[in-house]
Design a protein around this ligand. Structure first.
Ligand code: ZN
Length: 156
């Protein structure tokens, strides 16, 4: 049976593919059909987080979701970024709290994320595991490239 995954309405395909940079630079940032299932699973994960943290609809903001390779290069993303596979989103939720407060709450929730990274104290990178893989629930923080990734959600 070929079960078709679907998007949670709060985190629809348009929301997860939107990019101001792509628009400004005239880059095509549509998710290719073969990555749609990944994007649907990401949509579900974001909806789970919203529900688990009791965040109202519309308050969890996706700054960057899917990135076509050209966009990823433009924004300086790592080459093998999970964003390029439709598996990751960078989110903020000022209504809930600071990025570190949001990251800590997600880390303490039962949500099945693959990686949770507090990035530069400014946003939370969250990813879903590739199909068939067990979510790692790995928590990291990065404040600057020289220092690199730190274990856990570090509140600075
Ligand atoms: Zn990210």
């Amino acid at each position: 049976m070929n079960l078709k995954l679907s998007f949670h309405p709060e985190f629809c395909q348009d929301t997860l593919c939107h990019s101001d940079t792509a628009l400004r630079c005239g880059l095509d940032n549509n998710c290719p059909p073969e990555l749609q299932d990944n994007l649907c699973r990401l949509s579900c994960l974001l909806a789970d987080i919203q529900k688990s943290l009791n965040i109202r609809n519309g308050a969890l903001k996706v700054n960057s979701g899917f990135r076509a390779p050209a966009l990823n290069e433009k924004v300086g993303g790592v080459p093998n970024s999970q964003h390029c596979l439709g598996l990751a989103a960078d989110v903020v939720c000022p209504e809930f709290g600071s990025p570190s407060e949001l990251a800590l709450a997600i880390a303490q929730s039962p949500c099945e994320f693959d990686q949770l990274i507090l990035e530069f104290g400014k946003w939370v990178h969250i990813s879903t595991a590739p199909s068939g893989q067990t979510p790692r629930r790995e928590c990291l923080s990065i404040f600057n490239k020289e220092e690199g990734y730190l274990e856990g959600i570090v509140n600075r």
